[in-house]
Design a protein around this ligand. Structure first.
Ligand code: SF4
Length: 172
């Protein structure tokens, strides 16, 4: 069950990933849905304790590495592994019009816009071609679920053709 967000919760703050982009693309490629992962996802759904254990690991690793906010529909493979949910406006399809001339966030000027960080990471890793295909709106019913399981079971709003293209521009 998703945790309730208090009305007074502070705005998210853009977070610079702690893992290099090339490593992220390589690790991400290991999680691309296939028969094995679909089987794991279905099995975990039948075993809530296993599901919760995986979700705890996923959320902990991704929070430490990317500032993950547990949206349940992970966009990282298409955003240079910079989490768009750390944008104060939680924009999932590119930066707002308020990015400062020096690349600073409109809300936190001392921090670089997470979308610029993501593009720079994707370009440096040779993966700019796969950067930020259009993402669907966030399905709030999925917030607080395991994004990995939702990815494997194709419940994260990624249309089938895009799923295969997620890593098309990724370094080998
Ligand atoms: S699951 Fe959502 S909040 Fe977490 S890293 Fe991915 S996009 Fe960001």
């Amino acid at each position: 069950m998703p945790l309730p967000v208090p009305a007074s919760a502070p705005a998210p703050r853009p977070r610079r990933p702690r893992l290099g982009a090339r490593l992220c693309y390589r690790l991400g490629a290991l999680l691309v849905p296939n028969r094995l992962w679909r089987g794991v996802g279905r099995s975990l759904e039948r075993h809530p304790s296993g599901y919760r254990a995986l979700h705890r690991v996923e959320a902990g690793v991704k929070e430490a590495a990317f500032g993950c906010r547990d949206c349940g529909q992970c966009a990282l493979p298409t955003t240079g592994y910079a989490c768009p949910m750390t944008c104060p406006k939680e924009l999932r399809n590119g930066p707002c019009g308020g990015v400062r001339a020096d690349g600073g966030c409109e809300v936190f000027p001392e921090v670089r816009c997470v979308w610029l960080v993501g593009y720079e990471r994707a370009a440096a890793a040779g993966a700019a071609a796969g950067f930020a295909p259009l993402l669907g709106p966030l399905d709030h019913r999925r917030v607080g679920e395991s994004a990995w399981v939702n990815y494997w079971l194709e419940r994260d709003g990624s249309p089938a053709p895009r799923r295969g293209a997620l890593h098309a521009g990724a370094p080998r």
